[in-house]
Design a protein around this ligand. Structure first.
Ligand code: UTP
Length: 290
């Protein structure tokens, strides 16, 4: 069965980025010239997904508005003959079919995904975290969908992290597979205490999940931090049926974290068609003054 839908949870409080995120969703913070969430939506669209389900919460309507048609703005741009700008806004509001569901309380990522169960229905689906950016030649979601066509089972995207950072991630212990960059999941642990895992494969914010995850999530009790953890449910799912970890090609940025956000801005600015060269020149200049 093909993967047609992508759930993008954006209901978190963004406490790591306060006070910037007091009144603005972290997913709307700008990376060069567009909000983080637009890069993620564009990745999903470029990968052939047909529908996006935003899991939102109070104070996140700017995200829905960003992808909606803005009559007043359209009217003003036409009056001022700003054709190109008008076309760009048109493009954003016509990217893909989007629906939203509300997560009433921030009970964790697992709970956020469970909130989308009625719209996803009984089919495999993609999950992309609203603050996780992946910069790559082939969209990360596309790479995973290609593997899914081959294995037909759940897939988590992973990246290698230094051993002293594993405690910050969900870690997969897996067995190398015939397929390149692919591991069969043996065990998973959320934020393992230093020295308790031999694996450096950290789960990042891209998943393809079988719909059984919803039934598992409905029975998952709050774990680490009092939240319903997706990793706990993934572990249960991997005990029932095969699951794969895929070391994607590309660079991931945690744009919900201040340092990750800065890294993303520099990286995307350097590769920007209009600004890249000038920005590189500027960086070289300021490095000289250090
Ligand atoms: P994070 O843990 O990065 O989000 O969740 P957060 O809770 O907003 O962050 P901090 O730690 O307080 O800064 C990853 C993704 O899952 C969503 C977030 O919006 C983010 O896109 N999320 C998280 C939910 O939708 N609901 C939740 O209850 C928790």
């Amino acid at each position: 069965m093909d993967v047609r839908k992508a759930v993008i949870p954006v209901a978190g409080l963004g406490t790591r980025f306060l006070p910037a995120t007091k009144a603005i969703p972290k997913e709307m913070l700008t990376i060069v010239d567009r909000p983080t969430i637009q890069y993620i939506v564009e990745e999903v669209v470029a990968s052939g997904i047909e529908q996006i389900i935003f899991v939102t919460s109070e104070g996140k309507s700017a995200i829905e508005n960003h992808f909606d048609y803005n009559f007043q703005l359209d009217h003003v741009l036409k009056e001022k003959n700003k054709v190109l700008l008008g076309k760009e806004l048109d493009m954003i509001s016509n990217l893909i079919d989007i629906v939203s569901v509300r997560q009433k309380k921030p009970l964790g990522l697992g709970h956020a995904i469970w909130t989308a169960r009625h719209i996803v229905g009984n089919e495999p689906f993609m999950v992309c975290l609203g603050d996780d950016l992946v910069s790559s030649n082939v969209p990360c979601a596309w790479q995973m969908l290609e593997l899914f066509r081959d294995v037909g089972e759940s897939i988590v995207a992973v990246q290698r992290v230094p051993a002293d950072q594993t405690f910050q991630y969900g870690i997969v212990e897996g067995e190398a597979n015939d397929r390149e960059r692919t591991y069969k999941v043996k065990r998973m642990v959320e934020k393992p205490a230093p020295g308790t895992t031999g694996s450096d494969l950290a789960i990042i914010g891209r998943y393809i999940l079988m719909p059984e995850i919803f039934e598992i999530l409905s029975k998952t009790t709050p774990g680490h931090g009092g939240e319903i953890q997706l990793t706990d449910a993934l572990l249960a799912l991997s005990n029932r049926r095969e699951m794969y970890a895929y070391e994607f090609e590309g660079t991931r940025f945690d744009a919900g974290d201040k340092f990750g956000y800065l890294q993303a801005i520099v990286s995307y600015a350097l590769r920007h068609d209009e600004l890249g060269d000038a920005f590189m020149g500027y960086l070289k200049e300021i490095v000289k003054t250090l």
